[in-house]
Structures are given as C-alpha cells and as structure tokens.
Design a protein around this ligand. Structure first.
Ligand code: MN
Length: 288
C-alpha cells in the first residue's frame, strides 16, 4: 500500500495514478494528551489501519497524482538518521573531491557512525527546497528512505527488517563545508521525503533497488542499493545500538556517487524502483 499526506494535511492512499482521500481514517488514531510521545502515531498504527484504509477507499474522493501537492509521508519523525559515506563509489569521490571532504579523513561509516538531521528540516516534494549561503556549495543526495514501524533497541540484523514500516525516496540535501553534518544537513527544507510511503510488504528486497536523480533533465546519480556498504538491516542494527528507534523514525541510507551542486530555480527529479518518482523545485532565490 502507498500512503501519502497531501494538500495541507490530508491522508491519501495512492493506487493506479490516483490519490484516494482517506482523511477520515485519521479519526481512528488515539487521542493524545501532553506530553506528546516522540513518535509518529499514524506510522505506528499502520498495521491496524490497513482494513479501515481499504474501506475508506471505496467512497473516497480521488485526485490525479499530478494534481495534488505532497507533504512528507511522515508528519512527526522523532529522529531523522543519516548514513555517511555508505556507497563504495561515493566514498571514492569523497576522497578525490576536496569540495566534499573539506579536510576530513574519509574512512568508513563504521568509523564515522551515523548522524542526526533536525526534524524541522523535513518537507515533502510538493514544497520547495530553499537554499541558503549563495557563496557555498549546496549538493543533492538521493537516498532510499527507511521508515521505522515499531520500537527497537539494540536489534540484531537478522530480525531488524521486521521493524520497517516502509520506504520512500529521500533527498539528503547538503551544504558542503567544515561544520559537522548535523548542522550543515539540518537547514530548513534540506530533508525531503516522498512522494509517498510504500509499505514494507511491497518491497521484498530493499537492497536490490535502482535509484536515480536528475537535475534539469540531466542524469547526475544512478546506482542500485546493492552497492550499499552497510545494507538496510545493518543500518538498523547499527543505529539501534546507539538510539532507541521509534515508529516514524527515518533512516536516510546514504547516497551513491554523482553528488553535485544545485542552484535556485533548478528542478530535481528522483526515483527509486518499486517506489516511484517525484520532482521538486529549488526555490528561485536563496533564502534571506
Ligand atoms: Mn547523505
């Protein structure tokens, strides 16, 4: 099932090029009182909502996918976790290009560990990426986004995949420079997730997916998740050995080679096999 959020907060199921408005299903989520939990209630409830979602589709208003504006399919991630230097060919290009490494020693994801992106950086593909710092390099990174479905802590790789709710296309937009990743990659709008979440039952092997990214029609990145250094199960094992993972937490699994700069007004298109594709506009001016 493909779950989306669209047009200012409506809930949708995507099927055959149409978005079915199933917003009424949100009424089934548990009412919460302060303090709110650090998790996404919709993602946590998805297994129980499958039947109500199907029922709500029968009389749902429908829209063409091209006619709606998508928000991030996860509204309230407790964490967005990044995976640095996690494709072999991207490790190579990072060692070669001082504009990427900025003097850091490019060793391995096992040495570097993972990093957090601020939740306030997250947008959907119907919104715009607002670049900052006109005098610096702002790069695109296309990645498979993994959305956690159930609590896990110190989970081993052989059972890790049972904790995945689904997958989305992620952009880990990146300001290059000397600051730590958690700072440079957490600028507002520098985390994109979309266009929808494909539930895990529809993707039997997330470590065998083609992914690509184009800027203004030019192919910049093209690879397959089989080239990941730490595969998806290992990333969940690794992340959960440091953080408790909660429903709605997002792991951006790393970018393949071909990262490069974008400018105001650019059109970014990205796609991942079995998920789909989206296009997102870079705002026509730098953020002031
Ligand atoms: Mn990245």
């Amino acid at each position: 099932m493909k779950i989306c959020r669209f047009n200012g907060g409506r809930l949708g199921v995507v099927q055959d090029g149409e978005v079915f408005d199933v917003t009424s299903v949100l009424d089934l989520l548990p009412a919460q009182r302060y303090p709110l939990p650090q998790k996404d209630l919709l993602i946590e409830a998805l297994p129980q909502l499958k039947v109500p979602l199907r029922q709500a589709m029968t009389n749902a208003k429908r829209y063409a996918v091209a006619d709606v504006s998508f928000l991030s399919p996860v509204a309230n991630p407790g964490k967005i976790i990044g995976a640095p230097i996690n494709y072999k060919a991207h490790v190579k290009e990072s060692r070669k290009d001082p504009g990427i490494a900025h003097g850091r020693s490019v060793t391995s994801i096992g040495d570097w560990g993972m990093f957090l992106k601020a939740g306030s950086s997250l947008i959907g593909c119907g919104q715009e990426i607002e670049l900052r710092f006109a005098d610096r390099r702002n790069d695109h990174e296309v990645e498979l986004g993994v959305v956690i479905g159930s609590v896990c802590r110190n989970v081993k790789r052989d059972v890790a995949m049972a904790h995945v709710a689904g997958y989305s296309i992620a952009l880990d937009m990146t300001l290059r420079g000397p600051e730590f990743q958690c700072f440079r990659k957490s600028i507002d709008s520098y985390s994109v997730l979309g266009p929808w979440l494909v539930t895990a039952d529809e993707i039997s092997d997330p470590d065998q997916l083609d992914l690509w990214l184009r800027v203004n029609g030019e192919m910049r990145q093209r690879s397959n998740t089989r080239h990941l250094v730490f595969d998806i199960a290992r990333l969940i094992e690794f992340a959960s050995s440091f953080y408790t993972l909660n429903p709605g937490d997002i792991i951006m699994s790393g970018t393949p080679e071909g990262v490069g700069p974008v400018k105001p007004g650019d059109l970014i298109e990205a796609g991942i096999e079995r998920i789909g594709n989206f296009s997102i506009r870079v705002a026509p001016e730098y953020f002031h």
